[in-house]
Design a protein around this ligand. Structure first.
Ligand code: GLU
Ligand code: MG
Length: 444
C-alpha cells in the first residue's frame, strides 16, 4: 500500500478508536523512550511528512550544529495504549537526518541494519526476552528499598496488589497484540517476571519499550514503584533480561536438527560459539550500567563465566530442553543481558556475534553441566572457562577491542555509548560508598 494511503487508513482507524492524542515514540542510545505527543488532527501530516525535532537535546544524538532531525512514523506499530483509557495511541518512529537519510545514531536503525545483514544470508532473527523487575512500596519507602512482599519463586502468596499489577499488565499488553506466555513471582522478595511471546527482533524490541512503560504505569496506579534496575538489593537475585534466540530460514527453524547435540543444528552451534567468542565485549552492550556488574556475581542465578550448557543456570548460554514435536522452539538463551540494556542495540550486537560465529564456522567448547559457581580457579583455568567482565570499566575496554561489535553498532553509536560509559565510570569511581565508610572509617 502507498504510504499516503496507509497514513489515511491509520488516521481513520485512530478516529474510529476514539483516540485523541498520538505519541510519536523513538529511543535514545541509552534505551530511554522519548515521545512527542500530537493531536489526532495532526496525525496525517506527521505520517506523510514526518515530524521535525531538535536532535541535540537527545542523549547521544547530534551536536548543536547539526541538530535538525525528523521522525518517520512506522505505521505498522500503531497501537492504542489501554492504560490511557483509550485516548492515547503510540506509533514507534524511525529517526532521519536533515538530509533525509536514516540517522545512524538511531538504535532502531542499528537493529534494522543488522537484520538486513542476516536477511542477506537468508535468516530471520527471532527473540523472546524475559524481563524481571521489582515492585517496591512507594513514597518515602522507595529510598529505603522496601520490597513490596516477602514471597519467593512461583509463590502464590496472599492475593495482593502485585498479582493485580501483573494481571493488568497481561490484559493491557494483550490488547495491543502482545501475547503473554506466563507471569510469576520470581525468587527475590518483590521480584516478578512476565514473559511474552517470541517474535521478529524489531517488533519485540518495540514491545520491550512498551512493556516497561506498562509495568511502571500500572504499578504506579496501584501505589507501587516498579524498578528494572539490574541489582537493587545486594543479598538477593538481581533482575535479568534473558534473551531466547533462534534464526529462521524459509519459515523453518534453522537452529533445529533432529540428530544434533541437544537437537541443535550446526548453524546453531556456530552461532553459540560466536556469542561465546564475543561475550566479554557484548557485556558492555547487554549489561551497560555500573549496577549491571553487581548482578553478574556468583550465587544469584546470573552468569559469571563464559560457557554454555543445557540445564545449567549458571552458564552464560543455556539450551532449554527440547519437547518432542516442538522443532520451532529449539533455541539458545543468552543470560547476561539485564533490563537496563537498550533492547535494539542488545539484539543487534547479539545477532552480530552469532553471525560472526556462523561466518567463521566457529566451534563451541564442550558444554558444562555442573554448577560453575562451585568451580575453583584452577578448575576454571583447566577447563579454559573465561570470566565475564567484573565491572563496566573492563566491559567497555573489551568493546574497544572488538571490531565486529563496533561495526554492528556503527561508528556513531559505538563512540557515543563508550563515551557515556566512560563518564558514568569516572563518576562512580570517585564516589565513596557507605560500604567503605562502614569498613574503614572507624578502624583506619
Ligand atoms: N534473576 C536471575 C538473573 O539475574 C535469573 C533467574 C532465572 O533463572 O529466571 O538473571
Ligand atoms: Mg526469571
Amino acid at each position: 500500500m502507498e504510504r499516503h494511503e496507509k497514513s489515511k487508513t491509520i488516521v481513520e482507524r485512530a478516529k474510529k478508536d476514539g483516540v485523541q492524542f498520538v505519541d510519536l515514540e523513538f529511543v535514545d542510545i541509552m534505551g530511554t523512550t522519548k515521545a512527542c505527543e500530537i493531536t489526532v488532527e495532526k496525525l496525517e501530516g506527521a505520517c506523510n511528512e514526518g515530524l521535525w525535532f531538535d536532535g541535540s537535546s537527545i542523549e547521544g544524538f547530534a551536536r548543536i550544529c547539526e541538530s535538525d532531525m525528523y521522525l518517520v512514523p512506522d505505521l505498522d506499530s500503531y497501537a492504542v495504549m489501554p492504560w490511557s483509557g483509550g485516548r492515547v495511541a503510540r506509533i514507534m518512529c524511525d529517526v532521519y537526518s536533515d538530509e533525509g537519510k536514516p540517522f545512524e545514531g538511531d538504535p532502531r536503525n542499528v537493529l534494522r541494519r543488522m537484520l538486513k545483514k542476516a536477511e542477506e544470508k537468508g535468516f530471520e532473527f527471532k527473540v523472546g526476552p524475559e524481563l524481571e523487575f521489582f515492585l517496591f512500596t512507594n513514597g518515602d519507602a522507595v529510598q529505603k528499598l522496601r520490597p513490596h512482599d516477602d514471597a519467593g519463586y512461583f509463590d502464590l502468596g496472599v492475593r495482593d496488589e502485585a498479582d493485580e499489577v501483573r494481571r493488568q499488565v497481561v490484559t493491557h499488553l494483550d490488547k495491543i497484540g502482545l501475547r503473554v506466555e506466563m507471569n510469576h513471582h520470581e525468587c527475590a522478595p518483590g521480584q516478578h517476571e512476565i514473559d511474552f511471546t517470541y517474535g521478529p527482533a524489531l517488533k519485540i524490541a518495540d514491545y520491550v519499550q512498551v512493556y516497561k512503560t506498562a509495568v511502571r504505569t500500572i504499578a504506579k496506579g496501584m501505589g507501587l514503584h516498579a524498578s528494572f534496575m539490574p541489582k537493587p538489593l545486594e543479598d538477593v537475585n538481581g533482575s535479568g533480561m534473558h534473551v531466547h534466540q533462534s534464526l529462521w530460514k524459509s519459515e523453518k527453524n534453522a537452529f533445529f536438527d533432529e540428530n544434533g547435540r541437544y537437537k541443535l543444528s550446526k548453524t546453531a552451534e556456530h552461532y553459540i560459539a560466536g556469542q561465546l567468542a564475543h561475550a566479554r565485549a557484548l557485556a558492555a552492550i547487554v549489561a551497560p550500567t555500573v549496577n549491571s556488574y553487581k548482578r553478574l556475581v556468583p550465587g544469584f542465578e546470573a552468569p559469571v563465566y563464559v560457557c554454555w550448557g543445557q540445564v545449567n543456570r549458571s552458564a552464560l548460554i543455556r539450551i532449554p530442553r527440547y519437547k518432542k514435536g516442538r522443532e520451532g522452539s529449539v533455541r539458545c538463551e543468552f543470560r547476561a543481558p539485564d533490563p537496563s540494556a537498550n533492547p535494539y542495540l542488545a539484539f543487534a550486537a547479539m545477532l552480530a556475534a552469532g553471525l560472526d560465529g556462523i561466518e567463521r564456522k566457529l566451534e563451541p567448547p564442550n558444554p558444562i553441566e555442573e554448577n560453575v559457581y562451585r568451580f575453583s580457579d584452577e578448575e576454571l583455568e583447566k577447563k579454559g572457562i573465561p570470566l565475564l567482565p567484573n565491572s563496566l570499566h573492563s566491559a567497555f575496554c573489551e568493546l574497544e577491542k572488538d571490531k565486529v561489535l563496533q561495526e554492528a553498532l556503527g561508528k556513531h553509536v559505538y563512540e557515543k555509548l563508550v563515551e557515556s560509559q566512560k563518564r558514568e565510570w569516572a563518576d562512580y569511581k570517585r564516589h565513596v560508598t557507605k560500604w567503605e565508610i562502614d569498613r574503614y572509617f572507624g578502624v583506619l
